[in-house]
Design a binder for this molecule. Structure first.
Ligand code: ZN
Length: 455
């Protein structure tokens, strides 16, 4: 809001809000850092993350078709250890389960194989929010150069013990606190064999009608150095899809396209929230939103969630070193290949975990994003008039209209309009993108909802 133009726009909006009789209820302080979130961020420990990565690497391989009987080698031992660790640290607050299915033979599965996700749920404390879920995952399976090699060493320290260790650390720290909405911490299997565990969970969630309001996968968040040694440990990439990849354009996508809302999909709204809150609680660390679903040639566990209609994002380190991913352990010309724990930077993983935790805590304490938001378009006029359904949470303080120029990535202005479900603002809907956010009495803010045109 340093920009004079937006200061003027805001002043105009405020003047109009006053003139139109909107109750100027005291706006909760939405910039204030919540003490609970600060404590969570401070408690994230690089030492515990490193210990978990080294323990996971110690299972020699976590290939999805590897040994399951042994207590020391293979994916079975790995998942039993993850579950028992979360049971121990969650001290009754985390509800642990194995989400299991048999994957049939496919391109990357040579015989029917049990794929098991380790799921730790922290139920929400507010009745009106408990059925709103946020899922955060890493994948505990690993691979080497040969995706079908189920017995050779596959340490997978960066890909993706880093993500699993971060999720375990978040679960253990966050289990000590209460949140309005439900958090699901998940260590997923079968990622390297075709996103099998995540797809099973996402398809089931859709069939059961689960309200997953956001999903993050943390995949390859272990190191901030590329193959030339360039270091960038003050930034993480957050991949966020715009319009969904559909065979036929759905009604919701048509609606976005018809009004210039291609940068206002659910995933982009979620990414805006993650960037704002992550950078607020982890100063000096940048969340670089990349406006595409994933890197070229790669996919991740967020994709099945996107395909099932959920908002889903991928965290990945700022720069990758491909000689340490999907490689047999070896030396060639003095260079070490393989995904070993010594190539990770544990302070960096902790920073990424802090961004995740800040985003999850602020989402789970905030109200749901407003529903049925509509922008009146029946008449040609230069002001804008928005209406929406009231939220159900008992601690709602009111709503904010946020806006940005059509070419801007992040919100540039906001106006708290009180606890109403209809508001006017003197900005022209032709020139900006609007969002409506719900705000609770503690100043927790939901992601924005893009308004549909109402004729
Ligand atoms: Zn991976």
């Amino acid at each position: 809001m340093a920009d004079n133009k937006y200061a003027r726009m805001l002043a105009a909006g405020l003047a109009l809000a006053a003139a139109s009789g909107i109750a100027r209820a005291a706006a909760p302080d939405v910039e204030r850092r919540q003490p609970q979130v600060e404590k969570i961020v401070a408690d994230i420990s690089p030492q515990r993350i490193e210990a978990a990565v080294r323990k996971l690497v110690g299972f020699r391989t976590r290939h999805s078709m590897s040994e399951t009987e042994s207590d020391t080698i293979g994916i079975g031992a790995a998942r039993r250890w993850i579950k028992s660790e979360l049971e121990r640290c969650g001290s009754g607050k985390l509800h642990l389960s194995f989400d299991s299915h048999i994957a049939p033979v496919s391109a990357r599965i040579s015989h029917p194989t049990e794929i098991v996700n380790v799921v730790a749920m922290l139920p929400g404390a507010q009745a009106e929010s408990r059925e709103r879920l946020y899922v955060v995952s890493g994948h505990y399976d690993s691979r080497n150069s040969d995706v079908m090699d189920a017995s050779g060493a596959a340490p997978g320290a960066d890909d993706d013990a880093s993500g699993v260790a971060a999720v375990m650390e978040m679960a253990c720290v966050m289990a000590r606190y209460k949140f309005d909405a439900t958090l699901v911490f998940m260590a997923v299997a079968g990622e390297e064999q075709g996103l099998l565990g995540a797809r099973h969970y996402a398809v089931q969630a859709k069939q059961q009608g689960l309200n997953i309001a956001g999903m993050f996968t943390n995949d390859i968040i272990g190191s901030a150095r590329d193959e030339n040694g360039n270091l960038n440990n003050r930034m993480v990439r957050l991949f966020a899809e715009g319009l969904p990849l559909e065979k036929e354009t759905s009604e919701s996508t048509r609606l976005l396209l018809s009004t210039g809302g291609e940068n206002d999909s659910l995933s982009r709204q979620l990414a805006r929230h993650v960037k704002e809150q992550g950078e607020r609680y982890v100063p000096g660390f940048q969340v670089n939103v990349v406006q595409r679903r994933d890197r070229y040639l790669r996919g991740g566990d967020h994709l099945p969630f996107l395909e099932n209609g959920y908002a889903a994002l991928r965290f990945t380190e700022a720069a990758e070193d491909f000689s340490h991913q999907h490689q047999n352990l070896r030396s060639e010309g003095g260079k070490v290949y393989g995904d070993l724990p010594e190539f990770n930077d544990y302070d960096y993983i902790a920073q990424v975990a802090r961004v995740n935790a800040a985003a999850l805590a602020t989402l789970a304490n905030a109200p749901a994003a407003p529903s049925r938001v509509q922008l009146r378009t029946a008449e040609l006029e230069n002001g804008s008039s928005v209406l929406w359904q009231p939220n159900r949470e008992p601690d709602i303080a009111g709503y904010r209209i946020v806006w940005r120029e059509t070419s801007a990535a992040d919100w540039q202005g906001s106006l708290f309009v009180g606890n109403v479900t209809d508001a006017k603002i003197s900005l022209s809907k032709d020139n900006v993108c609007f969002g409506i956010q719900a705000v609770d009495k503690d100043g927790n803010v939901s992601p924005g909802t893009y308004p549909a045109p109402l004729r």
